[in-house]
Structures are given as structure tokens and as C-alpha cells.
Unconditional design. Structure first.
Ligand code: NAI
Length: 420
């Protein structure tokens, strides 16, 4: 009997079919899995993984296990777990999972602790909750044995870099998010499409003609704005970075302060990784019926406490839709309790993009095993050759061939004398 805490083992058959469906869209990871099965690069390594428990993550877990790792998986968000996937991982693949969709804060942390008590040599994290807890509470115990870890998302990387800056980071970490084959595709096209998927599944609204505000024009914001425009919404972008703001203008979006956008906004979605981006004063200025949601990592981009204070009543009107009625009768709809909408109300990113993200995760784990002895307590990016290799395999799987530099072109591009 595996040690685990999941919702219901009888959900396993449905989860297995969905894991296999995703696997069909993950050719790069499949190739890595086949190689790992032969070479066993992670043999004897204990891994504690804290990731969204989705079909794509299941295929990553299968890959690590084939590579010889002894793994435990816990959720990186209380609302993103797919219970059927958790069940199948336990029942069909023999992988211990600690994750239940909708778990409360105490259970979420209990599950993180269960993953830590696995006694990892390596970690995989999405948002730095696992590595943060290891550093805060287990510095003299479990952390000592950890040789390194990987981090999946922008917010986690920001936290780890500030740990490094403060001298607090005790292990080397590979920032998977910083690979180009990760954030160019996962953050942009993955979050762009799946956030709309979450919005539509939760609300079933028509997007065309709506004033759709995207807060933050980073990788995720660009994808979301692009896709919302494609569905016919009138997209407005808000930013704090002047360069990104110009980029949004030249990409064809209206850019203004959120204060200015709020009175006419039908939908506002945050993707900033920042705090209280939608604050009390914005909620006070909202028009009746506004929909507010977040697809950034943490649920603190919207000031939900202020929303609670401003409301005279609150009720759940659909799955993942809470209606707050303000004292003057205006209604504000908050989706998925302000947690990442694409994973809470939909299934997260399509497998075809997670294929590249998780290829980076698997190769990141292998890289740590090979290089830990010479790595410092820093945040690293995977070498460019690995990024390029993932892109090459992906192109091949899509049946796309590209040109290669001729010797003459290589010489030309490497020289400073020619061309004058
Ligand atoms: P990024 O750093 O590329 O972009 C964030 C943007 O938000 C920056 O341009 C920044 O200037 C802007 N910003 C910061 N504070 C702001 C404010 N008060 N108002 C308006 N704009 C503001 O980050 P990226 O990669 O786009 O990630 C954003 C968030 O989404 C992070 O929390 C990340 O972890 C998360 N994420 C979520 C995913 C999902 O599946 N939902 C997938 C990938 C990332």
C-alpha cells in the first residue's frame, strides 16, 4: 500500500485515459522517457515534486520514475489538482501523491510536509512553496541532504533570486521558467489559451464586444491579450513597466491606468505576479456585473479581503463563480477565489506546450545529478544547447524542417571584417 492522500482511488480509470491522451501530445517528453528507461540517470535519487497535479505532470512523473527516481508528488496549488489524475498515479503508476482538489490551507501544508518527509535528494517546485518551507523549517534536517532542485514558474524564480541575493538559498536551483522553450510557449500560448478556457467554462459568456482588461503585459499577459483580441474582445492592457506598455500599444492594444479602465471594464484578469493589483479603489469603481479573475501564480493579485469588506452579501452562483453584492447593489463576480483561473476552472495548459516545459524539468533533474558537485547555491538557467535540443525535437515531431547555416554563412556571422 502506497502512502498517499487523494480524493478517491476509484477515479483512476478516467485519469489513466486522460494521462494517455496528454501523452499523445508530448513527443519530446516521450523520447526522454524512453532514453531514461534505458540509461536510468536518476537511479537511487529521491525526489519530492510540488507541481500542479495535471495529466501533463503525470507524464513527467512517469518519466522521472522510468529514469530511476523514487518520487513523491504534492500539489503546488490547493485548487489545481485533477483528482482522477492523482488516483491514476497512485493506482496505475505506483507513485505516491498528496493532493486533493479544494484542499484547505492546513491540508495543503500537510501535503507539502508529507513530500518533505520523503527525504529528497532533489526537489521540483512550482512557486517555491516546497523549497521555501524546506528552508524555513527543515534547514538542519531534510534540506541538508538536498543536492539541488528545479523551479517551474516566474513567481518561484523571483522568490529564489531574492533568496540568493539575501544569502538564504542553500541549494542550487535550475530555473526552468527561464528556458526559452518554456516561457516563450507555456507562459504565452499556454496561459493565453487556457485562461480563456477557464473563463468560458466558469461563466459561458460571449467575449466579443466586451471590454477585457489584461493587467500585466509579460509573457502570460501577451498571450492572454492576443487570444482575447482573437475572440473579438476590446482589449485594454495595464502595466507598470514603460517598455512593456509601449509594446502593448504597438501590438494594437489600448493602454491606460487600471483606475481609468475599471468603470467600463466587463472582465479584468491579472497576470502580474504582483500584490493587490486590483485593489479596493478599483473594486469601488467597478461597473455592475464585472468579472474579476487571476491567472498569476498566487491568489493575492486581487484584494479579496477588501472585496469581502465592501460586500453586503456573497453567494456562489456557479462553479468557480462567487457573486459579491456591494452595499449600493452593484455586483462583482470573482472567479476561482482569485486562484489561477486556467488550472482551477479548466485543465491548465494544453499538453503540447507542457511537453517542452516538462522536457526542461526532466533534463533539469538529470543535469543536477550530473553537475551538482560543481554547482553553487545559486539560481541557474539550463544551457542553451539543451534549450535548442528541445526545440529541435519539437520541430521534428511537428514534421517541420528548417534551414541550417552553410560554412560560408557561419564564417560570415563570426567575422567582423567581412561585409564592409
Ligand atoms: P512577467 O514577469 O513576464 O510579466 C509580469 C508583468 O506584470 C510585467 O511586465 C510587470 O511589469 C507587470 N506588472 C507587475 N506589477 C504590475 C501592476 N501592478 N500592474 C500592471 N502590471 C504589472 O511574468 P509572466 O511569466 O507573465 O508571469 C506572470 C504570473 O503568472 C507569475 O505569477 C507566474 O508565476 C504566473 N504564471 C502562471 C501560469 C498559469 O498557468 N496560470 C503559467 C506561467 C506563469
Amino acid at each position: 500500500m502506497l502512502n498517499c492522500d487523494i480524493k478517491d482511488k476509484s477515479l483512476a480509470p478516467k485519469g489513466k485515459l486522460r494521462i494517455e491522451w496528454a501523452d499523445n501530445q508530448m513527443p519530446v517528453l516521450k523520447l526522454i522517457r524512453e532514453r531514461f528507461a534505458k540509461e536510468k540517470p536518476l537511479a537511487g535519487k529521491k525526489m519530492s515534486c510540488c507541481l500542479h497535479v495535471t495529466t501533463e505532470t503525470a507524464n513527467l512523473m512517469r518519466t522521472l520514475k522510468e529514469g530511476g527516481a523514487d518520487i513523491v508528488l504534492c500539489a503546488s496549488n490547493p485548487l489545481s489538482t485533477q483528482d482522477d489524475v492523482a488516483a491514476s498515479l497512485v493506482v496505475d503508476y505506483g507513485i505516491p501523491v498528496f493532493a486533493i482538489k479544494g484542499e484547505d490551507r492546513d491540508t495543503y501544508y500537510k501535503h507539502l510536509i508529507a513530500a518533505i518527509e520523503h527525504g529528497p535528494d532533489m526537489t521540483q517546485d512550482d512557486g517555491c512553496d516546497l523549497v521555501g518551507l524546506l528552508h524555513q523549517n527543515y534547514r538542519d534536517t531534510y534540506l541538508k541532504n538536498v543536492i539541488g532542485g528545479t523551479e517551474e514558474t516566474t513567481t518561484g524564480v523571483i522568490r529564489l533570486k531574492s533568496m540568493e541575493k539575501d544569502g538564504a538559498l542553500q541549494i542550487p536551483i535550475i530555473a526552468v521558467n527561464e528556458s526559452e522553450t518554456k516561457h516563450f510557449f507555456d507562459n504565452r500560448y499556454g496561459t493565453g489559451q487556457s485562461t480563456l478556457d477557464g473563463l468560458l467554462r466558469a461563466t459561458n459568456i460571449l467575449l466579443c464586444g466586451k471590454n477585457f482588461v489584461v493587467c500585466g503585459y509579460g509573457w502570460c499577459g501577451k498571450g492572454l491579450a492576443m487570444r482575447a483580441k482573437g475572440m473579438g474582445a476590446n482589449v485594454i492592457v495595464t502595466e507598470v513597466d514603460p517598455v512593456k506598455a509601449i509594446e502593448a500599444v504597438m501590438d494594437g492594444f489600448r493602454v491606460m491606468k487600471l483606475d481609468e479602465a475599471m468603470p467600463s471594464a466587463d472582465i479584468v484578469i491579472t497576470v502580474t505576479g504582483d500584490l493587490n493589483v486590483v485593489d479596493r479603489r478599483h473594486i469601488e469603481a467597478a461597473k455592475d456585473g464585472i468579472i474579476i479573475a487571476n491567472s498569476g501564480h498566487f491568489n493575492d493579485e486581487i484584494n479579496i479581503a477588501a472585496m469581502e469588506e465592501l460586500a453586503k452579501s456573497k453567494r456562489t452562483v456557479r462553479d468557480f463563480v462567487d457573486e459579491y453584492t456591494l452595499k449600493d447593489g452593484r455586483r462583482v463576480y470573482l472567479l476561482a477565489e482569485g486562484r489561477l483561473l486556467n488550472l482551477a476552472a479548466a485543465e491548465g495548459h494544453p499538453a503540447i506546450v507542457m511537453d517542452m516545459s516538462f522536457a526542461n524539468q526532466a533534463l533539469g533533474a538529470e543535469y543536477i545529478v550530473k553537475n551538482a558537485a560543481k554547482m553553487e547555491k545559486k539560481v541557474y538557467i539550463l544551457p542553451k544547447e539543451i534549450d535548442n535540443e528541445i526545440a529541435k525535437i519539437k520541430l521534428k515531431s511537428m514534421g517541420i524542417e528548417i534551414d541550417v547555416l552553410t560554412e560560408e554563412q557561419k564564417r560570415y556571422l563570426a567575422s567582423w571584417q567581412s561585409g564592409t
